[in-house]
Design a protein around this ligand. Structure first.
Ligand SMILES: [Zn+2]
Ligand SMILES: [Zn+2]
Ligand SMILES: [Zn+2]
Ligand SMILES: [Zn+2]
Length: 350
């Protein structure tokens, strides 16, 4: 008989679950993530009775959710180990149901730095020319995302890249920083603060597709683009937008459109805003403010090779925007805000 191998001492698990009241610890981040989605499922945001509704679980383990429409989503009970090993949970089913059945109409709400406890450092950072918006109506989870816009450069800035954004050489003219500010913030610290304030991280799939048109977002230039007029399976309008017609032509060959419904239909010009300086996944069809002026760049509409990702374009766009604003000092986004004051946010549990 071969000698029994000595049992090797496994080091104690060192990663604690951050959830208040939970005392579990884990060896790897992956184990913690699995535990978190299984045991602490969070909430689902949906549209019900003309309101944004946030629905929490009736029980977390096993997960049990009841949608506002009455449908129930339940997991079977199992041992914690088996349960945490499951590929998906009731939450995922509920989330899919909500995205398909209770689509939140796209709209935005400015984040009130005074009303929310963002902390003095985040407020100081925002005062350097940034704005925070809660954007509702994404067609993939999370349905609500908090986006940070640099008003000086007219671009979306992610929590991870805020520090780099301020110090990039081509942005220095837009962001003259004093030493006091620089000494206070390291890029890592800035990222940490912004994440704690709920600011979105870069989306892995870079998918910022909305459920439909959104009122023009302040701080981003308006472009003359093109909206897809075809339909997806189930008769859902595709309605994605492209800043360039050439990219739209490539999209028209995609298979996810319903062939019958989409026959003969192509695309039409529309005002749009692009978050990331490029593709359709981050281009929104907008309801423009009265008196808006779009930046049209005929060359970029015909040539794929034009450097649309280049920073020069972003800067020229922001200059155009500011000069058009200074010509129309009374341009007031308030009518749009009041439009959405009617939207209530309700949290329900059980
Ligand atoms: Zn936990
Ligand atoms: Zn439902
Ligand atoms: Zn900037
Ligand atoms: Zn399409």
């Amino acid at each position: 008989m071969p000698p029994k191998s000595q049992p090797t001492e496994k080091p104690p698990p060192v990663i604690p679950c951050p959830k208040a009241g939970c005392s579990r610890t884990f060896w790897t981040q992956k184990d913690l993530d699995r535990h978190s989605v299984a045991m602490h499922p969070g909430t689902v945001t949906l549209w019900w009775n003309e309101a944004v509704v946030t629905v929490g679980a009736i029980t977390d383990y096993p997960q049990h959710f009841r949608c506002s429409c009455g449908r129930e989503f339940k997991d079977r009970s199992a041992s914690a180990t088996d349960y945490e090993a499951l590929e998906s949970h009731a939450f995922d089913e509920f989330q899919t149901h909500a995205l398909r059945t209770h689509m939140v109409p796209p709209h935005w709400v400015p984040v009130d730095a005074k009303a929310e406890k963002l902390g003095p450092l985040v407020k100081e950072f925002l005062s350097k020319g940034f704005s925070l918006y809660d954007i509702y109506g994404f067609s993939a989870a999370p349905v609500v995302r908090r986006l940070l816009i640099c008003n000086k450069c007219s671009v979306l800035v992610f929590a991870q890249s805020a520090g780099r954004h301020l110090t990039e050489i081509e942005r220095r003219a837009e962001h003259p920083l004093d030493d006091k500010f620089n000494n206070k913030y390291s890029p890592a610290m800035l990222t940490d603060l912004l994440l704690k304030a709920g600011v979105s991280k870069a989306d892995q799939n870079r998918n910022y597709r909305l459920n439909g048109k959104i009122p023009q977002l302040p701080g981003l230039p308006v472009l003359d683009g093109f909206r897809c007029d075809r339909f997806l399976a189930g008769g859902v309008p595709c309605s994605v937008a492209f800043p360039k017609e050439s990219t739209m032509n490539n999209h028209a060959g995609d298979d996810d459109h319903d062939r019958k419904l989409s026959a003969g239909r192509r695309h039409s010009p529309c005002p749009c805003q692009n978050l990331l300086g490029g593709g359709w996944k981050a281009t929104w069809v907008i309801i423009p403010n009265p008196g808006y002026s779009a930046i049209s760049e005929p060359s970029s509409l015909t040539s794929e090779s034009k450097g649309e990702h280049g920073s020069t374009r972003g800067l020229s766009a922001s200059r155009t925007r500011r000069s058009s604003l200074s010509r129309k000092p009374n341009l007031d986004p308030d009518p749009i805000r009041t439009l959405f004051i009617r939207i209530r946010t309700i949290r329900t549990r059980g």
